[in-house]
Design a protein around this ligand. Structure first.
Ligand SMILES: [Zn+2]
Length: 189
């Protein structure tokens, strides 16, 4: 898996397609986009309640099936509340959720069954294309919460987060600059 910081940066990069600027008044909608980019990792919660955070991690929440289901529900809700176009919202939600699957897919995972069931429900096989180093959160399914936290707060994770920022921040800055430029042009017309 990647870190929540890596997933959040990916979410912000994708949302810059919709939000033309990162103003404080856009904070709520940006927070929603960041939440969706991290949503597959909500699968830590049932394990945390049982005192073993890894127990249900990297299950079907990390799959295209879950991405379609989650994006459909959100797009229907947003369409009803704000009358924004359904398919535009669906594509945005799917891209945000999908960015999480992509980053986890290309991160090394040393914990069986290795990777994520990305093509569920078509196949239950786990896939991994290990390009990025993993974020540590203990390899043990039955790791206790203190063991889990000791791994999460390790120097190794700081190194992975720095690497993710080096890979994503330049893209985010380029996109923000491009959108700013487009805004000035539109305002100047
Ligand atoms: Zn994940």
């Amino acid at each position: 898996m990647s870190s929540p910081i890596g997933h959040s940066l990916a979410g912000l990069i994708i949302s810059s397609w919709r939000e033309k600027s990162f103003k404080p008044e856009n904070f709520k909608i940006l927070a929603l986009y960041v939440f969706i980019a991290n949503a597959p990792d909500l699968d830590f919660i049932p394990g945390m309640i049982m005192g073993k955070p890894n127990l249900y991690h990297h299950g079907i929440s990390h799959s295209i099936g879950a991405a379609v289901f989650f994006s459909l529900i959100l797009a229907i809700l947003i369409n009803r509340i704000s009358e924004k176009r359904f398919w535009r919202e669906f594509v945005l939600m799917f891209s945000l959720y999908g960015s999480h699957l992509f980053l986890d897919l290309i991160s090394y995972d040393g914990r069986p069954p290795f990777g994520i069931p990305v093509f569920w429900p078509f196949t239950e096989r786990y896939f991994m294309i290990p390009i990025l180093p993993p974020v540590k959160h203990s390899h043990l399914d039955h790791a206790s919460i203190p063991q889990f936290l000791a791994d999460v707060l390790s120097a190794h994770n700081l190194y992975v987060i720095s690497l993710e920022m080096m890979l994503t921040v330049p893209f985010a800055l380029i996109l923000i600059l491009l959108f700013r430029k487009r805004q000035y042009k539109t305002a100047g017309k």
